[in-house]
Design a protein around this ligand. Structure first.
Ligand SMILES: CCCc1ccc(-c2ccc(S(=O)(=O)CCO)cc2)cc1[C@H]1C[C@H]1c1ccccn1
Length: 240
């Protein structure tokens, strides 16, 4: 099959997002402020505005025992599970199956008073990456979601304001094999998660409202999503 029109953009952005996500908070630029902490989860943001609109980049790091990076990316990427963990979702459609690891989504999110309702049109790509730093270390899995245009879905024509986002979920699995040579169980695996997102709200919304929404919604989203995957996988064979 020939290359899809989006493939060059997807390949470039995935590589760029993954290298950014792998940088520690200290390395990727100053100005990151810790705004939420819960157990192993740390959430950082940078206060940035574009044309007077809040586009605060967000970077979250988390460590979850008992699941793999492949499992976390699988449940994040596949549409059939999204309503189970994405609490702010009102409607989700897969507009195009570009390939088995690349989908085109159209989503409307529940309205967050007093901001008007938002929708998003984005491609989503899931990929296993070679672990170039640690040769025999386990692989790295990533999902990148990036807003795109589609002639049949022009922005801001209906009730919703179109938001523009770039999201990267990067996961690395650590395996601590049992001393006695027993088979690897979920007690021997840990997943290190980096979640980066930049969301342009599209239309104007009060900075204080947006920052309050993000402060409330992002920690809730990551906790709820990781709990969902832990529960979904606990009685299943490990997907490495
Ligand atoms: C005014 C802007 C509001 C706003 C912008 C953006 C998003 C949003 C969209 C997609 C993704 S995702 O990671 O790609 C998972 C697929 O759905 C995360 C967040 C959500 C809200 C709203 C609903 C609020 C929210 C904010 C943060 C996390 C979750 N929900």
């Amino acid at each position: 099959a020939g290359q899809h029109r989006l493939w060059p953009e997807i390949d470039t952005l995935v590589k760029q997002q993954v290298s950014m996500a792998r940088l520690g908070v200290g390395e990727c630029g100053a100005g990151w402020q810790l705004f939420a902490e819960d157990g192993e989860m740390r959430m950082y943001r940078r206060e940035e505005e574009v044309d007077g609109m809040v586009v605060d980049p967000l970077k979250a790091v988390h460590t979850v025992k008992g699941i793999t990076g492949h499992e976390l990316c699988h449940y994040f990427f596949k549409p059939e599970y999204r309503y189970d963990w994405e609490t702010t979702l009102e409607n989700m459609q897969v507009l195009e199956t570009i390939s088995d690891d690349t989908l085109l989504f159209f989503q409307t999110h529940k309205r967050i008073w007093p901001a008007s309702q938002r929708d998003t049109l984005f491609w989503s790509h899931m990929r296993r990456l070679p672990n170039d730093q640690d040769r025999d270390g386990p692989d790295i899995w990533a999902v990148v979601n990036n807003s795109t245009d589609l002639a049949s879905y022009p922005p801001n024509t209906g009730k919703c304001v179109r938001i523009f986002l770039t999201v990267c979920l990067l996961c690395q699995t650590r395996i601590d094999p049992p001393k006695d040579g027993a088979p690897i169980s979920r007690d021997n695996i840990t997943c290190k998660i980096t979640y980066c997102s930049v969301v342009n709200p599209g239309g104007w919304a009060p900075a204080s409202v947006l920052r309050a929404v993000y402060k409330r919604e992002y920690p809730k989203f990551l906790k709820r999503f990781t709990a969902f995957v832990t529960n979904k996988t606990k009685d299943k064979p490990i997907m490495f």
